[in-house]
Design a protein around this ligand. Structure first.
Ligand SMILES: C[S@@+](CC[C@H](N)C(=O)[O-])C[C@H]1O[C@@H](n2cnc3c(N)ncnc32)[C@H](O)[C@@H]1O
Length: 305
């Protein structure tokens, strides 16, 4: 069981709402697929109240009608074992738990996923572990079928990017951090220009953080996703990460917008009553952003895997 802050519970409850709606919308399809590339622990606990709340897998296992196939990836041996036990306890025979690094195991695992099926991928790393080659494999899985792309909800650690690249180029390079970021974007170029502008003091940290996100969204758009929704996740003071939803189906975008804007209980402190809070309305920050950005950005230079 892992301890989390209330924003994680909020993230999972948005996911649970979305998955319920997805399962309903896709109920007439013979197959419905759920992919969780960073499946985590089966149960989570809230730091603020000590209450337990389900992880992403538990939430996905609970939808009706059930997913006909679930692919769960987890690097941590004990967590992978718990995920297998959970699937066994639910007598879910359609669940595969793939132990190891999802960036290495995704290609082979996807071979079992029918290319016609509606599919949703939750890509929820702790930090910078998700590589672009994995996103691209998932995004292109149904290429050439005429079907909608696999939908995905991806965590981008914007605060982590700013912190990791830091303000000392030599130090970052010694630790091979730019290489890590290149694997995250699957490319070099624009994010390096943003980093340089930050190192020279031409842009403030907040602008750099926002640009790292918008560049990531550009990369998703380049994969053919027509609808991109960014939901910043904050603690009491700062943005920690952003959840980016990508779909090429307008209905998917409508449902995710509804799930994100819905009033929600956020357990910030122990309390007697669960009072839902108003949640921020969706804001389109991506469309046309480059026109307003203060520095010129070069073309992407694809990473050679
Ligand atoms: C943020 S947690 C996932 C939380 C989970 N999705 C939930 O909602 O409860 C990230 C998980 O990914 C696992 N992980 C980290 N890097 C990984 C990798 N390269 N491949 C597979 N799993 C990884 C970690 O062990 C951790 O359990």
């Amino acid at each position: 069981m892992r301890e989390w802050s209330p924003h994680t519970e909020e993230k999972i409850s948005i996911l649970a709402d979305y998955l319920r709606a997805f399962a309903q919308a896709a109920k007439s399809a013979p197959n419905r697929v759920y992919i969780d590339a960073f499946a985590g622990d089966t149960m989570n606990v809230l730091k603020t109240t000590g209450e337990q709340f389900p992880g992403s897998v538990e939430s996905a296992l609970s939808v009706e009608p059930a997913f006909t196939q679930m692919l769960l990836f987890e690097r941590h041996q004990r967590r992978a074992r718990s995920l297998r036990s959970l699937a066994g306890a639910r007598q879910s025979t359609n669940v595969a738990v793939v132990e190891g690094d999802c960036n290495e195991t995704m290609a082979e695992s996807l071979e079992s996923v029918p290319r016609q099926a509606p599919a949703f991928a939750f890509l929820d790393p702790d930090g910078m572990e998700l590589e672009w080659r994995t996103i691209r494999l998932v995004a292109n899985h149904k290429q050439g079928t005429g079907r909608n792309k696999v939908e995905m909800w991806v965590l981008l650690s914007t605060a982590g990017l700013v912190r990791m690249l830091g303000s000392n180029r030599d130090q970052a390079e010694q630790q091979r951090l730019p290489e890590k970021v290149a694997r995250l974007y699957g490319a070099r170029g624009p994010w390096e220009a943003v980093w340089n502008a930050r190192l020279d003091g031409r842009i403030p940290p907040g602008d750099a953080k926002r640009a790292y996100l918008l560049l990531y969204m550009d990369r998703l758009a380049d994969l053919g996703y027509k609808h991109l929704l960014a939901r910043p996740i904050k603690n009491a003071r700062n943005e920690l990460y952003v959840m980016v939803f990508a779909t090429d189906h307008p209905a998917g975008a409508t449902i995710m917008k509804w799930a994100q804007e819905k009033d929600r209980v956020v357990h910030r402190a122990p309390s007697l009553f669960d009072v839902p809070e108003r949640r921020p309305t969706y804001e389109d920050i991506h469309t046309g952003w480059r026109e307003d950005f203060e520095i010129d950005l070069p073309d992407w230079e694809e990473y050679q895997w």
